[in-house]
Structures are given as C-alpha cells and as structure tokens.
Design a protein around this ligand. Structure first.
Ligand code: MLT
Length: 275
C-alpha cells in the first residue's frame, strides 16, 4: 500500500490500455475522487488521503501516461481523458455519485466531465484551475514544451515548470515538497507528458457549464498562484451557483501539496457540510 492507497490497474476507455487507480478507505464509505494536476500523478493527493480516508473512500486515478497508468499512443485529447475517467467511475463507483476534487488539469477534466455527465457528481471542488481554453500564447507554449521534451528529455522542462508554479517561498520553506514533486514528475513517461500537453492545448472552453453546476461547490486557489490567479478563481466561483471561494494563504499553483494543512482544513469543512 502506498501513501496514496492501494493501486489497482483498471480498464481505460481504450482496449488494452490500463490505468492505475489509488484507493483507500472502507468500501462502504462515500466515494471521494481526486484528479491530479499536470505533470503529476495520483500520489500528489497523499496528504488528503491520510486526512480523509477514515470517513471517505478515496479514489485517485493516474491519468493516461502518468504514474501507474499505461501510456497508449501518446495522442491524447481532453475528451479521451474524460472517457477514461468515466471508465474508472464505472468500475469503482458504479452508479453512486462522487464528490470530485480536481486540481488544475484535474479541474479541466472535471469541468468537461460535468458538462457531459453531471449526474455522476455529488459535489465539486475546483482547485487552481479554470474553464477557459488556452489562447494563442498558451497553445504556442504547449507546442514549445512538446518539442523541448522530445529534444531534451523531461528534466529541464520539469525544473522550469516547478520554478514557475510553486510559490516563491515554498522551495525554501518546504524543500521536501519541491523534491517530492520533482521525483513524482520524473516518474511519468515523457510521451505521456507530451500527450497531456496536447490534450490541454486542444481542450474546449467549458465556461458554459459553470452556471448549470447544481452540486455544492468549492473553489480553492493558492494566494500566490501565478498560473491561475486568485482573482480568476474568485470570478469562476461567482459564476457557479452554490459555490464558496477559499484562498490557501502562501501557496502557489499546487496548493494541496504546498500547504496541505490549510488546504485540508478548507476541504474538511466543505466535506463536513456535504455529509
Ligand atoms: C497543472 O497544474 O495541471 C497545469 O499547470 C495546468 C496547465 O498547464 O494549464
């Protein structure tokens, strides 16, 4: 058993491609789904699994190409990642609606999944994420990233990514979170990371779903997030009926990892309200 739960390999939406899914907690507890950010995998949720698996059945899948999941062709779309999520939910949650927590890329997957099949969700937590699709500059930056990983391998990309997304104080204050995140990112397949860049660059805008989210919702943002600024998180929350906005002080883009105690306090309050 890893810190993020027992890893099972389950069917994806493509024949022969298996996905790693981390599960912890009692089978009779209500399901709590965690969707990881890019270019991480499900182990990023270890602090939340430790805090909540006594009362919830935690489910943290590795996206295609990440962690214990197969890579497949490396040609991914956001639609494919949502198809994979539905395949996993069919196997682990059956017809029971889940409370879902998605951080950044996990939030992109969750928003599109809510647009397609809202009945699968009982509660929605969107962390350091947005509904807008990439603009011109964003798409070009993804293309540069894909080329760079092909030419130089994963490590220089990962180093620059961490520099860009963590709060300036995180590396000094919590060096273990920097090194743990880097280790996790380096465990991923370079082909998978490039496939996820492709999926994010080609995803559609999901802004139209915000006004129809009827589940109790929480939007969380690191106060130092330079990729998804707190003002953008707040604006997204304002468009979701029944959404509460909370800020994780001092955290950057990876708020659940950078400030797990404060993040868990916020998530715990929301989960108590849901139960
Ligand atoms: C993430 O944390 O999942 C990524 O930063 C998302 C993105 O690059 O848009």
């Amino acid at each position: 058993m890893s810190d993020s739960g027992v890893i099972r390999r389950l069917d994806s939406s493509s024949p022969g491609v298996l996905l790693g899914v981390r599960e912890a907690g009692e089978a009779s507890s209500p399901p709590l789904l965690f969707l990881h950010g890019f270019p991480l995998h499900g182990a990023m949720w270890a602090p939340q699994v430790a805090a909540f698996s006594s009362e919830w059945r935690t489910i943290a899948p590795d996206a295609r190409g990440a962690g214990a999941s197969d890579v497949g062709t490396g040609q991914y779309t956001m639609e494919l990642l949502v198809d994979d999520l539905f395949a996993v939910l069919d196997q682990v949650a059956h017809d029971e609606p889940v409370v879902a927590v998605g951080l950044s890329m996990g939030g992109y997957i969750l928003l599109r999944a809510l647009e397609r099949e809202p009945q699968r969700f009982r509660g929605v937590v969107l962390c350091d994420t947005r509904s807008a699709a990439d603009g011109r500059a964003g798409k070009l930056a993804r293309a540069i990233g894909i080329r760079r990983i092909e030419q130089e391998g994963l490590e220089p990309f990962v180093d620059d990514f961490l520099e860009a997304v963590l709060a300036p104080g995180t590396r000094a204050k919590r060096p273990e979170s920097w090194s743990g995140l880097k280790r996790m990112m380096m465990e991923n397949s370079p082909i998978g990371v490039r496939g996820q860049l492709l999926a994010m660059a080609s995803r559609v805008d999901t802004g139209r779903v915000l006004g129809s989210i009827s589940q109790p919702s929480l939007v969380v943002n690191g106060s130092e997030d330079r990729l998804t600024r707190p003002a953008a998180g707040k604006a997204m929350a304002a468009k979701i009926p029944n959404a509460v906005f909370s800020m994780v002080e001092g955290a950057g883009h990876l708020s659940s990892v950078e400030a797990p105690v404060e993040f868990n306090r916020i998530l715990g309050r929301y989960l108590q309200h849901i139960r």
